[in-house]
Ligand binder design. Structure first.
Ligand SMILES: [Zn+2]
Length: 254
């Protein structure tokens, strides 16, 4: 990997959850306010967005049993966040969806008809249309299917790929069947946007898995894989990671 990229963390709103839902067996009943985080990556003449947040606060508050009090500030919709960092939707080359839960693809539609390609693991795509019963409430197919974007914008991949020089996608199943994480080469080293393969830092740091799971075994293996391949991590929902943070990401201890 030779190209180096710059990263900016975007906050796609926040919700209150039971922390025990993310750290199985510990802190059950403890409320935690968590952000929903996405990242903007720039370099090598490319603009890339990983995950796109929620589409509607009201929908989340009415339909998702494991979160409450979803709030989006002005710069926490994807459109608002892009405006804040000076990007136009039509400039974005890739959207990488780590997985297709409602809080990671709610803004996909804003790129409809542009050059943007959506990079999704095929296993995730198939699972999203036919999830296990415990995950049905997290998938809303109209957020990512051919109504949201044009079919030729969707790039289904199978397994690990180097999407561009210095940007590698690795399968990190467990939370869902086709979850993937993004390895980004930066001047500080390799940063992994792990999304919900490690909801918060404590997951990867203490080897604790969350409750929303497709497969426990692969969930642990995926965290092991991330530890091996990256030096820093950006989690999907870590409160200590700051909005618009660009460096000094949390270091992974092996
Ligand atoms: Zn998820």
């Amino acid at each position: 990997m030779t190209s180096e990229y710059k990263i900016k963390v975007l906050n796609m709103g926040s919700v209150t959850v039971d922390k025990g839902g993310m750290t199985r067996g510990t802190d059950c009943g403890t409320e935690l306010r968590i952000p929903q985080q996405a990242v903007a990556i720039e370099g090598n003449n490319l603009k890339i967005i990983c995950d796109t947040g929620v589409h509607s606060v009201d929908w989340v508050n009415a339909n998702v049993s494991t979160v409450k009090d979803c709030v989006l500030k002005d710069d926490e919709s994807l459109e608002g966040a892009l405006k804040h960092i000076g990007w136009k939707p039509e400039e974005v080359d890739y959207v990488i969806n780590t997985h297709l839960h409602y809080d990671h693809c709610g803004g996909n539609y804003i790129f409809k008809g542009y050059k943007t390609k959506f990079v999704i693991q095929k296993k995730e795509w198939d699972f999203a249309f036919n999830p296990t019963p415990n995950q049905e409430q997290y998938y809303m197919t109209d957020l990512f299917n051919h109504k949201a974007v044009f079919p030729d914008q969707i790039l289904l991949i199978d397994g690990e790929i180097e999407l561009e020089d210095g940007i590698v996608l690795i399968p990190t199943p467990g939370h869902t069947k086709g979850h993937q994480s993004v390895l980004i080469n930066t001047e500080e080293g390799v940063v992994c946007f792990a999304a919900d393969a490690s909801n918060i830092y404590e997951n990867i740091d203490k080897d604790i898995i969350g409750n929303i799971l497709y497969d426990t075994y692969s969930g642990f293996k995926s965290m092991e894989d991330i530890r091996r391949k990256a030096e820093f991590i950006i989690c999907g929902h870590e409160p200590r990671t700051e909005k618009y943070q660009t460096n000094n990401f949390m270091r992974i201890h092996v």
